[in-house]
Design a protein around this ligand. Sequence first.
Ligand code: CA
Ligand code: CA
Length: 87
Amino acid sequence: MACHGVSKLHFSREEMKEIFREHDIDGDGYLSISELIKAMGFLGHSIPFYKAHYGMAYSDENGDGFISEDELDKLIDYVEKFQYNKR
Ligand SMILES: [Ca+2]
Ligand SMILES: [Ca+2]
C-alpha cells in the first residue's frame, strides 16, 4: 500500500497516466470505479464517491462503466480541472 506520503501537488499527464495504470488492480486493462477512487486518493484527492462518478461519466465515452487506455486522456483532463478548482 502506497497511499500516503505523496507530497507532490501536481502531476504531469504522463505521471498521472502511469499512476492510473498502476491502479488497475485486477489487471484487466480498464479502471473500474473503485480503482479510480484509489488512484485519485493516491494523487492526493480524497474524493467522494459521487465525484468519482462524475469523472467516470465524463471520461467513459463508450459507456461501459470502465476507463480504457483511450479514455484515460479524458480522465486526466477531468483530474486536471479538479486540481485547478481546488486552489
Ligand atoms: Ca481493472
Ligand atoms: Ca469505457
